[in-house]
Design a protein around this ligand. Structure first.
Ligand SMILES: Nc1ncnc2c1ncn2[C@@H]1O[C@H](COP(=O)(O)OP(=O)(O)O)[C@@H](O)[C@H]1O
Ligand SMILES: [Mg+2]
Length: 276
């Protein structure tokens, strides 16, 4: 059996007499280093609230990097959202935010790292005049409230496998900055912006479930110390995430999707819509 993700890497379930396992093979030689870091991060990082997907082996095959890992039986949280019940939404939200830590002190280091990232991005997107206003919003924000902590790096609902009460993250990503707030922004990208569901027309059942999860997440973050600053920062990271997609956009569908969702998030930030 083969699995499908977005990277183009080959994922295969291997049924062995002793145990089943999954093999992930790099899509190209250029992708090798990214997959190697992913493998290292998956084996080294333990996130509170989550189960670990163990790595068994790694190496090269015809010049392409691969690793094998535990087969986690279940469905992705993206699929689970179609029939998840209220109790499970609350329980999983609690688990998703267990690796969130409280704000301790202003981190000026974070501000310069984010500012440099934004400047780089603006250079890449110099011909998109319409994004100037968004770049001003990003550049005028004080990023020193981004807490430095452990992080997954690409915590979309598709990269979390649900088995009973357990959540197992896969597909780790090296991030330009490590923070649980980056993970929270990725989850909001799915439950508020509906990124992972953009190719389907979400029915109202799904929309209600996603919205309930979004409200639980927002509420939990707002209840933390300096909660309002935190939720604002998380939504700013989400805005930055959406702009970071532009250099990779190849189709008008994604272009249109972003042109609707970006003003939606900007409006939320400007008017503190999470306070509703
Ligand atoms: N260890 C695993 N156990 C079970 N399913 C897996 C495992 N690894 C990947 N999958 C399935 O394959 C899909 C794609 O894997 P992923 O590593 O996210 O690939 P990509 O980097 O292409 O997004 C996942 O969404 C999941 O459904
Ligand atoms: Mg993935």
């Amino acid at each position: 059996m083969n699995f499908k993700g977005y990277s183009g890497c080959k994922l295969k379930l291997i049924e062995d007499e002793q145990k089943n396992y999954v093999k992930k093979l790099s899509v190209s030689k250029d992708y090798n280093s990214r997959l190697e870091s992913q493998c290292l991060k998956q084996s080294a990082v333990f996130l509170n609230g989550f189960n670990k997907c163990n790595i068994y082996d790694s190496g090269f095959q015809d010049g392409l990097f691969y690793f094998t890992m535990e087969y986690v039986q279940g469905k992705t949280l993206a699929e689970k959202m179609f029939d998840i019940n209220l109790y499970e939404i609350e329980f999983f939200t609690y688990k998703l935010l267990l690796h969130a830590t409280n704000y301790e002190k202003i981190n000026f280091g974070a501000d310069s790292i984010f500012q440099a990232k934004i400047e780089d991005l603006q250079k890449k997107l110099f011909n998109r005049v319409k994004l100037n206003e968004i770049f001003n919003i990003l550049k005028n924000f004080s990023w020193q409230y981004v807490i430095h902590s452990k992080c997954h790096g690409d915590l979309t609902l598709e990269n979390i496998i649900v088995s009973g009460e357990k959540l197992t993250p896969i597909d780790f990503l090296d991030s330009f900055y490590d923070s649980w707030m980056i993970d929270a922004a990725k989850i909001l990208q799915d439950v508020d912006v509906m990124w992972s569901y953009r190719h389907i027309l979400p029915n109202s059942n799904l929309l209600v479930r996603l919205t309930i999860m979004r409200d639980f997440i927002v509420q939990k973050i707002r209840h933390m110390f300096m909660g309002d600053k935190m939720i604002e920062t998380v939504y700013m990271i989400l805005l930055l995430n959406l702009i970071r997609i532009f250099p990779y956009v190849k189709d008008s569908f994604t272009e249109n999707f972003l042109s609707v969702k970006i003003p939606y998030i900007v409006d939320k930030i400007k008017n503190h819509k999470w306070e509703d």
